[in-house]
Design a protein around this ligand. Structure first.
Ligand code: ADP
Ligand code: MG
Length: 324
């Protein structure tokens, strides 16, 4: 049973950045407006994420660590229209099976916080104990993969793993400018973004060059709504990998969408450099399947042709305004 859960864990938590992603999504699902991320040694030694969300009641703490226990799906029907980011109910259980995990939480009406440790081994009981802290949740993940040396060996250098973690934080921070984030690594503050609008948040994250040379994007056609900022080619010198596309609030790396944006740039500006952009596509959840892969980075559209055309034309029109 323990082995099964460790194998399953590999699907969800293939490296520290995957843990960071799951914990950030949980914090956002809990309605947090401030999220602090503390990492040590690229996340392998420690990933501690504190949020000011609604918290977990003490009697719910053991459930939060149980496999397939999610508080986010009430009917099978909802699987089709998933509004929250997490809906599989296995992230915390998976992470707990390959680390030393402590979950500390306090709800608004509680006198104090409570904590629970994810204990390895089946005959030990996870007990809930009084703790301290303000409203919200801290998930403290230490010694990731201490009991799965094969997976641990697969990890890259501390700086590489940290880089992946920081990228996950940026992706999520760009999708939620209404939430404050801070990121520390080995005790040093690496990033800090206060609550802002998307214009300022994207300027902070993509750099001033992007903020100086970018076009706002805003286009609606039927059920499709596209908005964000697209960089002009001069701006893309700043960072080669600054391409962020979101579908219904989730970061995706999708061939069809990337192709639509690139084609528009090639068509209008005849350049061959990849532009920087932060683009969000919102549409009826019934028109898109985001459940194609555990990491949920790819999507499938019911009508991919229509989506491609819409994105291509919207970006083309925005770019054409500058060259006119
Ligand atoms: P899922 O997110 O798919 O429901 P998880 O294993 O990620 O599954 O989390 C299990 C449950 O623990 C969630 O459904 C939620 O009720 C609770 N939970 C986890 N993290 C938090 C958090 N930061 N704040 C409040 N509740 C949380
Ligand atoms: Mg989750």
């Amino acid at each position: 049973d323990q082995l099964i859960s460790q194998i399953a864990a590999g699907e969800v938590v293939e490296r520290p950045s995957a843990v960071v992603k799951e914990l950030l999504e949980n914090a956002l699902d809990a309605g947090a407006t401030t999220i602090n991320i503390r990492l040590e040694q690229g996340g392998v030694k420690r990933i501690a994420i504190t949020d000011n969300g609604r918290g977990i009641a003490p009697e719910q703490l053991p459930l939060a660590l149980a496999r397939h226990a999610t508080s986010k799906i009430n009917s099978l029907n909802e699987l089709e229209n998933v509004a929250t980011l997490g809906f599989r109910g296995e992230a915390l259980a998976s992470i707990a099976s390959v680390s030393q995990l402590t979950l500390t939480s306090r709800t608004a009406d509680a006198q104090h916080a409570w904590e629970i440790c994810g204990v390895q081994g089946s005959d030990q009981k996870n007990t809930v104990a009084p703790s301290s802290g303000s409203q919200g949740t801290t998930v403290d993940v230490q010694d990731l993969y201490f009991n799965t040396p094969a997976r641990r060996k697969f990890l890259k250098t501390e700086q590489t793993e940290f880089g992946h973690c920081a990228e996950v934080v940026r992706r999520i921070a760009l999708s939620r400018p209404d939430v404050a984030f801070s990121l520390t690594h080995n005790g040093k503050t690496v990033d800090h973004w206060s609550v802002n609008d998307i214009a300022k948040r994207s300027a902070h994250i993509l750099g001033s060059e992007f903020s100086g040379a970018r076009l706002p994007l805003e286009e609606t056609a039927g059920p499709l709504h596209l908005h964000g900022f697209i960089g002009l080619p001069t701006a893309s010198k700043a960072r080669g990998d600054a391409q962020y596309f979101y579908v219904n609030g989730r970061f995706v790396r999708d061939k069809l969408l990337t192709h639509a944006v690139r084609s528009a740039y090639q068509d209008v500006l005849h350049g061959d450099r990849y532009p920087s952009y932060v683009i969000s596509l919102d549409l009826d959840p019934a028109l898109v399947d985001v459940n194609v892969h555990p990491s949920k980075i790819e999507v499938r559209f019911r009508d991919s042709r229509a989506v491609h055309q819409f994105v291509f034309h919207a970006v083309s029109r925005a770019l054409a305004q500058t060259s006119a």
